[in-house]
Design a protein around this ligand. Sequence first.
Ligand code: CA
Length: 226
Amino acid sequence: MNEVIAVIEDEPDIIELISLHLKKAGFRVEGFETGDGFFKFLPKRIPDLVILDLMLPDADGLEICKFLKKKDEFSAIPVIMVTAKGEETDKILGLELGADDYVTKPFSPKELTARVKAVLRRKTQKEEAKVIEIGQILSINPDKFEALVEGQKIELTSTEFRILELLASKKGWVFTRDKILDYLWGDEKLVLDRTIDVHVKNLREKLGKAKTLIKNVRGIGYKVEE
Ligand code: CA
């Protein structure tokens, strides 16, 4: 499936020019002449990257950037700002708000395409770096809430996943039941230590071949070890 690039830019000619080059590079492009149009689209399909003109008639590009970077569900979307010449402050503000890169008008569409590719590459590398591999059999992706045993996805409840993620985050470390409870429920923990044992038991069953990676440390708690 092609990656979707959202272009928010009030000049249709520029949208067309950007689209032409990005489509040639294999991307799908959705153009929006207003911030409003973009926000109507956003819940339907989260774009893989946003190209954002900071000077829009109906919205402040910086506000759009701020909104995206503050919301958990959108904060991972890379943003490339398009700034006008001489708008240094906007550029700096945008980068502080979490924008990933910028181009200054007038820009070459080829350069923009190269930047899009570079930003997406960095994003993929970042995501891959977060994946935890254990014993060449178990792989955990915290962003995707996904655990794979020998490449096969296993279905875990969110509690089971979070226990696994916690234990795997520090291989060889022993986590007491109390620590695990704290991590899962914080101050709102109303459950007993025993609950952890039940979750771990279920988790182990689901892990199949990888179940021996979770070890019980008698009288203390649990750990993940190869
Ligand atoms: Ca503009």
